[in-house]
Design a protein around this ligand. Structure first.
Ligand code: 5RP
Length: 253
C-alpha cells in the first residue's frame, strides 16, 4: 500500500471515529434530557465509551440538581467516572431499587433486545438494568439494527466462573452447536480477560438465523452450569437512543 493510500485510510478512520463520538454524545445528551427527571434520586451508570457523555450531561444539570442524588456504578470504569465527576457514589447493596439506569449497548434490535458485554461488564449491567424502574440505552448509529449479530460479529458475551470455563465451552460447541465460541483473551494475548467479579468471558457467535430468537439463546446458555450471566438483555429497555451521522437522533421504544 502506498503511503498516500495509507494516510487516506487513517484520515477516514479518524473521521469515522469523530462522527461516532459526536453521535454517542448526541444520543446520551438527548436521553438524559428526556429521562433524567429532577425528582430522581438513585441513578445507575453503565459502562463503555458512550456513558461518559451521560455523566457529562447529568453534571451539566448543576450541583443543586445533583446534591441529593446517588449514582450506582456497573464496574470499575463507571465508579471512577462517578467519583472524578464529583458525583456521590452509592452501592446496589444500599439501593436495590434504582430510579433510572442509562447504559450503552453493542447492538439493539427492533424489539429493544440488545447485546451487551463488549466491555465484559454485563453481569453488573444486568443487575442495574433489572433493579431500575426505567432502563435506557444510548448508542451511535452503528448499533441500531433489525436483528442482533448484524454488525456485532464477536458473538454473545457470556460470563463464566473460571472453574467451569472449559466445560461451558464444550457445551457451547457440542450441545448448543456454536463451534466458534471461544475464551476472550486480553490485548496481545496477555492471558484471558478477567471481569470485575473475577470471572472469565466466552464469546459465542451464533448463526444469524438463531440470533433472531435472542430470548431462546439466552435461556439455553443460562441453563449451562457455570454460566453466571449472558450478555443478551431481552425486553428490559424502555427506550434506545441512537445518535446519527447527520446530527439527528433515532429513538426506539
Ligand atoms: C460493556 C458494555 C457497553 O455498554 C457496550 O460494550 C457499549 O460500549 P460503547 O458505548 O463503548 O459502544 O456492554 O460491557
Amino acid at each position: 500500500m502506498t503511503n498516500e493510500l495509507q494516510s487516506l485510510r487513517e484520515l477516514n478512520q479518524l473521521l469515522n471515529e469523530r462522527l461516532s463520538m459526536k453521535a454517542k454524545q448526541l444520543a446520551a445528551w438527548t436521553a438524559v434530557d428526556q429521562h433524567v427527571h429532577p425528582e430522581y434520586r438513585v441513578i445507575g451508570i453503565g459502562s463503555g465509551s458512550t456513558v461518559p457523555y451521560v455523566v457529562e450531561r447529568i453534571v451539566s444539570q448543576g450541583a443543586e440538581a445533583n446534591k441529593n442524588r446517588v449514582f450506582i456504578p456497573t464496574g470499575f470504569q463507571s465508579k471512577e467516572l462517578i467519583v472524578s465527576s464529583g458525583l456521590t457514589l452509592g452501592d446496589v447493596d444500599q439501593y436495590p431499587t434504582i430510579d433510572i439506569t442509562l447504559d450503552g449497548a453493542d447492538e439493539v434490535d427492533t424489539q429493544l433486545n440488545c447485546i451487551k458485554g463488549g466491555g465484559a461488564c454485563h453481569l453488573r449491567e444486568k443487575v442495574l438494568a433489572e433493579a431500575a424502574t426505567t432502563f435506557i440505552l444510548v448508542a451511535d448509529y452503528r448499533k441500531n439494527v433489525e436483528y442482533l449479530g448484524t454488525n456485532f460479529k464477536a458473538g454473545v458475551p457470556i460470563e463464566v466462573v473460571p472453574f467451569a470455563y472449559a466445560k461451558v465451552l464444550q457445551n457451547l460447541h457440542q450441545v448448543l452447536n456454536c463451534p466458534k465460541a471461544s475464551l476472550r483473551m486480553a490485548v496481545a494475548k496477555a492471558g484471558q480477560v478477567v471481569t470485575d467479579n473475577g470471572n472469565f468471558i466466552i464469546d459465542a457467535p451464533f448463526e444469524s438465523e438463531r440470533m433472531k430468537e435472542p430470548y431462546t439463546i439466552m435461556a439455553q446458555i443460562k441453563m449451562l452450569t457455570g454460566v453466571v450471566e449472558v450478555g443478551l438483555f431481552c425486553h428490559m429497555a424502555r427506550a434506545a437512543y441512537f445518535g446519527n451521522q447527520d446530527g439527528s437522533v433515532t429513538i426506539k421504544w
